[in-house]
Design a protein around this ligand. Structure first.
Ligand code: RIB
Length: 307
């Protein structure tokens, strides 16, 4: 365990095309938006950028097309100090996401097409076994195929890493997959979809966490937006309050900021509750500005919020 260092993240990069809007359009309707941006996104990549900006040694496993969006990925990873462990394919396109942001409240709705990253296989993950097995923390989400996520967590578990699954977007998971998680980190919607409990607030999050613990997770963290985050394991259950972000500009990437910072804190040896607090601080900074990867905090910003 002592030679393990840094974080390996398996996931997807896509280019986020973001449209600010006063309301959702109806089917068949064309409406004028309030602003547009193009920038780096994809949950796994955002988490890698968050961890890299906070000073973690990060290896990111994924698959890209050889195109302009793929170059955008390489650029944002370079800036954040993330080491790419990437298969690049000439005949497939890097993916994209369509993000609608409520111009007044900052809430979002997202459609993601993973493009080349949809071709991530257990074989691609196995080809990166050495990078995964030397990491102290391994983390993935569910934007790439489930069998690849499973293989990634298995390799991490066999090597003695701390394993984190951010089950986003929610998918049906069997008990064997949940049993591979030292930490599973759904938001309220995902916790509800995974457990059948209607989750809204801390009490129902506790019920959902109980289900996930029974199904084999060692600890559950349900992120509750402005309610902070519920941490629950076999011995403890407590809510870590959110930090006040000031005005919420855009919520895209807040969950990724949380997960990237949480993984960074665990890799540095913080205890899980401290790590959740670190994650909540990162999420607060992220919602105070626009963009996904672009909104990830620096270490200095988190340190000043946490002191
Ligand atoms: O979590 C936010 C991310 O979800 C966006 O960057 C978008 O690309 C989708 O993957």
């Amino acid at each position: 365990m002592s030679q393990l260092s840094g974080i390996a993240i398996l996931g997807v990069f896509v280019a986020d095309t973001t449209y600010r809007t006063p309301r959702m359009p109806a089917w068949g309707e064309t409406m004028l938006g309030a602003g547009f941006t193009l920038g780096p996104g994809g949950k796994g990549s955002n988490q890698a950028v968050a961890a890299g900006r906070l000073g973690a040694e990060v290896r990111f496993v994924s698959r890209l097309g050889a195109d302009a969006f793929g170059e955008m990925a390489q650029g944002v990873w370079r800036e954040a100090g993330v080491t790419p462990c990437i298969e690049t394919v000439a005949d497939e396109a890097t993916g994209a996401a369509c993000i609608l942001v409520d111009d007044a409240r900052g809430e979002n709705a997202i459609i993601i097409c993973p493009g080349a990253a949809a071709g991530i296989t257990p074989g691609l993950v196995e080809a990166r076994s050495d990078d995964i097995a030397r990491s102290r923390v391994v983390m993935t989400q569910l934007e790439q195929p489930l069998d690849a996520a499973r293989r990634f967590l298995e390799i991490g578990r066999e090597a003695g890493a701390v394993t984190i699954l951010n089950p986003a977007p929610a998918a049906e998971l069997d008990d064997a997959m949940i049993g591979l998680c030292d930490y599973i980190t759904p938001n309220e919607t995902e916790a509800g979809m995974l457990t059948g409990v209607a989750v809204s607030g801390a009490e129902s999050a506790r019920e959902a966490a109980e289900v996930l613990l029974r199904r084999g997770a060692k600890a559950v963290i349900v992120t509750l937006g402005e309610g902070g985050a519920l941490y629950q394991d076999a011995e403890a259950s407590l809510v870590v309050p959110a930090f006040d972000p000031g005005r919420v500009v855009e919520t895209t990437g807040a969950g990724d900021a949380f997960n990237g910072a949480f993984a960074t804190a665990l890799a540095e040896g913080m205890d899980p509750i401290e790590a959740v607090r670190f994650g909540c601080a990162a999420a607060a900074v992220s919602v105070s500005r626009a963009g996904a990867a672009a909104s990830m905090p620096t270490r200095g910003e988190l340190d000043s919020l946490l002191t």
